[in-house]
Design a binder for this molecule. Structure first.
Ligand code: IVH
Length: 674
């Protein structure tokens, strides 16, 4: 057993080390949850052994000393940290402390805890004058020029601006922008960022502001620092309304509630919906609304008593990387994935995680045997973030991509200028299985009951070699398979039969043409009307279609140039599969009465094509955002003014996936509703 004094000393050294990695180097070695656990253990020991407490313990510090690279800025009002609650009991205890200290009860404001970089912005005479990081809470770093490049930061305040305004907020990088940035970094062999917070911090702390400007950063303001010459303010809600009226971005999900039970409800809601947002949040900040009560409550040396951060349970964990395997997908793409010692993260046990491609493995330098940080990215797909280098066992060799397909043994091939590696053997059993599975999937031919295992059985018994064979299956053949009882055999045969009448776009997508997604298939189906015309079209004709790029055109033309693919087409024709069902005017009018604005370019859609798709579903596609706008669809290089306007009005901004969901269902993709 370690003596308390020793443990405290060890923990202090560890926390200081990780503070430096996180704040100073933007390169953490452990997950946030593990860091929090260290600090909590340290605090608990210090509380239990007051003789060991010390004012310079990292448990007392806020952030780290400002770096010498940027000029120091003294904050007018110190930038404090927040006390954390990790459970509802801890929230309840905070509420109880409030009622013990003050008689009156106040409403609570529930805000999202944005996982970005804390920033203090200063406006003088209504003009943006300075931006500083938190630093050690008293003195931060001057990042004015960097922050000036952020589109969401107004250069001038709107309306009746106070003489002086110091406002606090969070600079963050949208998750979509982070993913795109890492993809680009991966392509040029650059440094990969661990998460959106680190990439926001790294993007801000650039001497060369043109680098900051090239990164898609944004801001939410959530707290007043100092104000001179402003209107009287009684509540935090009024403060936020003032900030919004001044043209500062305020998060649209902020809610004022009157009881702690409603606070729990918000916390529960966001626990479930945190990944519906295009920015990362790591909890819910609960603040006392009444400003006079705040005065009464005051602060400790580190944090105000009138606020608390309810922190979500961890979604990052470290575990052992047991091995790296390669799986073969429906287009033959060979994807490396990590075999992990099972670990509970983000609500489920993870034993495998994708490593995307050869470059990603190399860039992350994960090696079998490493201790690695595993994260649940985007809710479902677990990801290996990076190895914990300080824990790397001696003599671990770097991983190399296998030369041959692990399933069929044929050589794997990496195409020039691409990051993906392929098994080129179209008869590879893995590919065959994945193709059948894809053909039957939703959005394709939608054959219920035909999943991975059934596909394996059908292939192994030799009943099916390609999707065209599915339509020849008889009830007797299916019923004779071990897997099927009479009823389920009949259901499968019926489901296959029903799939003969799917729309052309589904059929096209089902055929498994590289690069052709559901949206591209929809555009081609609409433009050509029948499968035969698409098969007959030249690459140029395909590329001339609005909404079809050269990559898709080449891929589609190349696909139908192959004899074996045309054979599948003939089998499908012989089986009576409908080649020309285009649901032209009969598109469900899911957007009737709605107005959707498009900005930037989406892969596979020109602006016009995207607007056509909206109108074809009964919607309007005007050129500017207003309070009547249902959603803003933002592709690459979106108009910043539109984004800012949408943020101000609290209008949801959709990415490509969100847009496709909207087109399909007329509904916003599970956005928080309040
Ligand atoms: S209020 C004195 N509100 O969380 C209170 N902070 O762990 C100042 N944060 O330093 C903070 N979202 O960087 C506040 N809605 C929010 C926030 C928020 C994120 C960050 C902020 C702060 C840290 C504390």
């Amino acid at each position: 057993m370690e003596a308390p004094a020793e443990e405290v000393a060890r923990l202090r050294a560890e926390v200081a080390h990780h503070d430096e990695r996180y704040h100073g180097l933007d390169d953490p070695e452990i997950s946030d949850a593990e860091y929090d656990a260290l600090v909590r253990r340290l605090r608990a020991l210090e509380d239990a052994h007051p003789e060991l407490a010390s004012a310079d313990s990292p448990s007392q510090a806020v952030g780290v000393a400002p770096s010498a690279q940027f000029s120091p800025v003294e904050h007018l009002i110190p930038m404090m940290s927040l006390e954390n609650a990790f459970t509802f009991e801890e929230l309840r205890a905070w509420g109880d402390r409030l009622t013990r200290r003050v008689q009156e009860s106040s409403a609570f404001v529930c805000e999202l805890k944005i996982d970005g970089v804390a920033m203090s912005l200063r406006y003088e005479g209504g003009r943006f004058a300075q931006a500083a990081t938190r630093g050690n809470g008293r003195v931060g770093e001057d990042v004015t020029d960097n922050v000036a490049t952020i589109a969401a930061v107004p250069e001038r305040l709107e309306g009746d601006a106070p003489e002086l305004l110091e406002v606090r907020g969070e600079v963050y990088m949208p998750v979509s922008a982070f993913a795109a940035l890492n993809r680009r970094q991966g392509e040029v062999g650059g440094k990969l960022f661990a998460n959106p917070r680190n990439s926001a911090a790294g993007s801000l702390r650039q001497k060369d502001v043109s680098i900051t400007a090239s990164r898609e950063l944004s801001l939410f303001t959530y707290q007043l620092g100092a104000i001179e010459g402003g209107p009287p303010l009684r509540t935090h809600t009024e403060t936020l309304e003032l900030l919004a009226a001044l043209g500062l971005p305020v998060n649209p999900e902020i809610r004022t509630v009157s009881t702690l039970d409603e606070v729990y409800e918000r916390c529960r809601y966001w626990l479930e919906h945190r990944h519906d947002l295009d920015y990362e949040i790591d909890g819910v900040v609960v603040k006392v609304d009444d400003l006079a009560l705040r005065e009464e409550l005051g602060s400790t040396s580190k944090a105000p008593r009138w606020a608390i951060a309810y922190k979500f349970p961890p979604e990052e964990r470290t575990t052992r990387l047991l091995g790296i395997m390669v799986s073969i997908g429906r287009t033959g793409k060979a994807t490396p994935f990590a075999q992990l010692e099972p670990v509970f993260v983000g609500g489920s046990t993870v034993s495998q995680a994708t490593l995307h491609n050869e470059d990603q493995v190399r860039a992350k330098d994960v090696r079998p045997g490493d201790l690695v940080i595993v994260r649940k990215a985007g809710d479902v797909i677990p990801e290996v973030v990076k190895p914990v280098l300080s824990e790397r066992p001696a003599g671990l060799a770097p991983w190399t991509f296998p030369a041959d397909c692990p399933r069929c043994g044929q050589p794997l091939q990496r195409l020039e200028g691409e990051s993906d590696t392929f098994c080129r053997n179209v008869d590879c059993p893995s590919q065959r299985r994945a193709r059948i599975e894809h053909f039957a999937s939703r959005g394709a031919m939608d054959i219920e009951g035909l999943g991975e295992r059934t596909a394996v059985v059908l292939l192994d018994t030799g009943l099916v070699a390609d999707p065209g064979d599915l339509y020849r299956l008889t009830l007797d053949q299916v019923g004779a398979l071990d897997r099927f009882a009479d009823v389920s055999a009949a259901n499968l045969v019926d489901a296959i039969d029903a799939s003969r009448r799917r729309p052309l776009a589904n059929l096209l997508f089902a055929l498994n043409i590289r690069h052709l997604g559901p949206a591209g298939a929809e555009v081609l189906a609409r433009a050509f009307g029948t499968l035969d015309r698409i098969v007959a079209a030249s690459e140029e004709e395909l590329a001339a279609t609005d909404g079809v790029g050269p990559v898709i055109a080449a891929s589609v033309a190349g696909f139908f140039a192959l004899e074996r693919n045309r054979e599948v087409v003939e089998k499908l024709r012989a089986a009576g599969v409908d080649f020309g069902r285009v649901e032209a005017p009969a598109l469900p009018q899911v957007l009737a009465g709605r107005s959707v604005v498009v900005t930037g370019t989406l892969p596979g859609y020109s602006r016009e094509a995207a607007e056509e798709a909206i109108k074809a579903r009964g919607g309007k596609a005007p050129g500017s955002v207003s309070s009547r706008t249902t959603a803003l669809v933002a592709g690459a290089e979106p108009g910043q003014a539109k984004l800012t306007r949408a943020a101000e009005l609290g209008i949801p901004v959709l990415d490509q996936a969100g847009f496709e969901h909207l087109l399909e269902t007329g509904e916003l993709p599970d956005l928080p509703s309040g």
